[in-house]
Write a protein that binds this ligand. Structure first.
Ligand code: OKP
Ligand code: ZN
Length: 344
């Protein structure tokens, strides 16, 4: 399987996030992508290629222009006020306040961010742009010959919505790619999100639409991030009603339970008749993931890949999302990709 990878991901290297009352080293770190790449090369999964540059136009198909401009200038505005230290918000535009965009960078961060764990650094803009390029280069290849492609995106994307960044995500790589498929000949696109966390950004972007189906398997948001979206009753709205499927599962979920949800997801996607599929793949469902509570093992990722390869029924772009057990990440990711490739 072809992999698309850019070294630019290293430009996103935040120092700390606020978790459980502590500032801890950012869990979403460069070693993640590097260990996946090393494993892909070690097993000879296939060619590794650098991305083409697409610029911001395809991003503006799913993100608000003012949000894109904010991310482009946020670091300079922050550094002018605070110097060379990661930008984190400390105030938020929550209910009972007005949704205004203040001129102060402090005010802007709280308007555009929803957590205190997604630092903007000197290299964030370029890393986030490159991550989208990695996804789009993969999408273009999938559209050209129908063969599966792996876009080794970093930073991840599925928590980023139209105009909010959070959960280590800035631009929604999977959503930009799904929209690109729509704009380049696919009438119906499905996004299947198998990251441990609900893809709230992807859901929001396509919630009112029937031309992009969103299906997500994730930990119950009652007890897990992102907490405020991802419940089973969210089924889409307007034209999009019935085109959003959330399959939340409890802490401790093991393969047998996960597999049932996967079968339901694949049945919905086949019934939909997608022309292209974007697989938002997080390996944080792994039993040893440091921030997650599912109990899948490394062999389960092989099982998952086999089922996906047989069941998706349309050309598939796999986009990397989360997965934080760095020691096992390469094996878990390559297990899924090899099986996906072998049974497609
Ligand atoms: C990203 B992905 C904030 C802690 C919040 C966010 C988890 C984001 C997971 N200090 N944790 O879906 O793997
Ligand atoms: Zn995740």
């Amino acid at each position: 399987m072809l992999t698309i990878y850019s070294e630019d991901h290293r430009l996103q290297h935040g120092k700390v996030e606020l978790t459980g009352g502590h500032f801890i080293p950012v869990v979403e770190k460069p070693e993640r992508a590097e260990t996946i790449l090393a494993r892909i090369q070690a097993i000879g999964l296939g060619e590794v290629r650098a991305p083409e540059r697409f610029g911001t136009d395809p991003i503006a198909r799913v993100h608000a222009p003012h949000f894109i401009r904010f991310l482009e200038t946020a670091w300079d505005e922050w550094a002018a006020a605070h110097g060379e230290i990661d930008a984190l918000p400390t105030n938020w535009a929550v209910r009972n306040m007005r949704q205004v965009i203040p001129s102060s960078i402090e005010g802007k961060l709280g308007y555009y961010a929803s957590d205190c764990g997604t630092p903007i650094t000197a290299g964030t803009w370029r890393a986030a742009l490159s991550s989208v390029d990695v996804a789009l280069t993969g999408a273009k290849r999938v559209a050209a010959d129908g063969k599966p492609v792996f876009s080794l995106c970093r930073p991840p994307g599925h928590h980023a919505s139209t105009d909010v960044y959070c959960g280590y995500c800035f631009f929604n790589n999977a959503a930009v790619a799904a929209q690109w498929f729509r704009d380049n000949g696919a009438a119906r696109v499905a996004v299947l999100d198998i990251d441990y966390h609900h893809g709230n950004g992807t859901q929001e972007i396509f919630y009112g639409r029937d031309d992009v189906l969103f299906v997500s398997l994730h930990a119950d948001p009652n007890v897990e991030y992102p907490y405020y979206l991802g419940y089973a009753e969210e089924r889409g709205e307007g034209a999009g009603e019935g085109f959003n499927l959330n399959l939340p599962m409890p802490f401790g979920t093991i393969w047998d339970r996960y597999r049932e949800a996967l079968d339901a997801a694949l049945a919905r996607i086949r019934d939909y008749g997608a022309d292209a599929v974007v697989l938002s793949f997080g390996a944080d469902t792994f039993q040893e993931d440091p921030i997650s509570q599912f109990k899948l093992n490394s062999d389960d990722f092989t099982r998952m890949g086999e089922i996906l390869g047989r069941g998706l029924g349309a050309p598939t772009l796999t986009v990397m999302e989360g997965g934080y057990a760095v020691d096992a990440l390469g094996v878990n990711v390559s297990n899924l990709l090899q099986a996906l490739d072998g049974s497609a």
